[in-house]
Design a binder for this molecule. Structure first.
Ligand code: 6PG
Length: 238
């Protein structure tokens, strides 16, 4: 089931998404004693992470939370482009997570090596193969995580994490694959701004069956799909 939640602005969206995180965490911890979540990168989630730490921080049993990432740039963890650094500055440094429960993708390694290592981490730390929650952003070209149009990772049907060369960026990325994403219990997109409106329309309203955008491939096998959009990103959806 795909559910859309349209929020009046980015602050309302950040609060609603943070509240959703709290609910999913409580439900997972009650059911299985642990909450395994893959964080989104880019800039969209920053407000939600900040809100989660500042407003809802005492409503999550962080000792039961395992943190993963949906993707990472191939840079050092303290690089300005690092998704780990963004999450650390906005969330991880402000809540009491166990360090052994923070599983970052090591972007500083050679990409292939980092991907093999992350695959091993996922097999070891996520025995069910199912994240409780995966947060995703959306690029204006319809990419999500680091599943970019016309890249090899789109056709990966075995590994849960791979290295993916992105010609338009002339850069390697590390990313979860569709098998990992679509096995999740809940996948939640965070989409804000006018620049995402056309991609959102092409994914949610007028999907091109012959050449769907990468984010359209996020169709959880047996989980829920939730899109948080602000009114600017949702402008073409009515
Ligand atoms: C990344 C992200 C990527 C991101 C989109 C949207 O590492 O860049 O994981 O998929 O979510 O590019 O980025 P913004 O949130 O910055 O618009």
């Amino acid at each position: 089931m795909t559910e859309l939640k349209i929020c009046t602005d980015s602050n309302v969206l950040a609060d609603a998404a943070a509240s959703h995180f709290v609910e999913r965490a409580a439900s997972a911890i009650a059911a299985r004693g642990v909450f395994s979540v893959a964080l989104a990168g880019g800039s969209s989630p920053a407000g939600m992470y900040q809100c989660l730490a500042d407003v809802y921080g005492d409503q999550v049993d962080w000792s039961r939370v395992m943190i993963f990432w949906g993707d990472e740039r191939c840079v050092e963890p303290d690089h300005a482009d690092s998704n780990y650094r963004m999450a650390r500055e906005t969330l991880l440094d402000h809540v009491s997570l166990r360090s052994e429960n923070i599983h970052r993708m090591r972007g500083e390694l050679p990409p292939g090596e980092a991907a093999v290592e992350y695959q091993r981490i996922l097999v070891d730390k996520l025995p069910s193969g199912r994240f409780d929650l995966i947060l995703l952003g959306l690029g204006d070209d319809g990419h999500t995580a680091s599943l970019f149009p016309d890249t090899a990772a789109l056709t990966e049907d075995e590994h849960l994490a791979v290295a993916n060369y992105v010609p338009k960026l002339d850069a390697w990325r590390l990313t979860l694959t569709y098998p990992a994403i679509n096995a999740a219990r809940n996948v939640t997109f965070l989409v804000m701004g006018e620049g995402k409106a056309e991609a959102a329309r092409l994914i949610l309203r007028d999907a091109d069956k012959d050449k769907p955008l990468p984010a359209a491939g996020v169709q959880p096998y047996d989980g829920d799909l939730l899109w948080f959009l602000d009114t600017a990103a949702a402008r073409l959806l009515e």
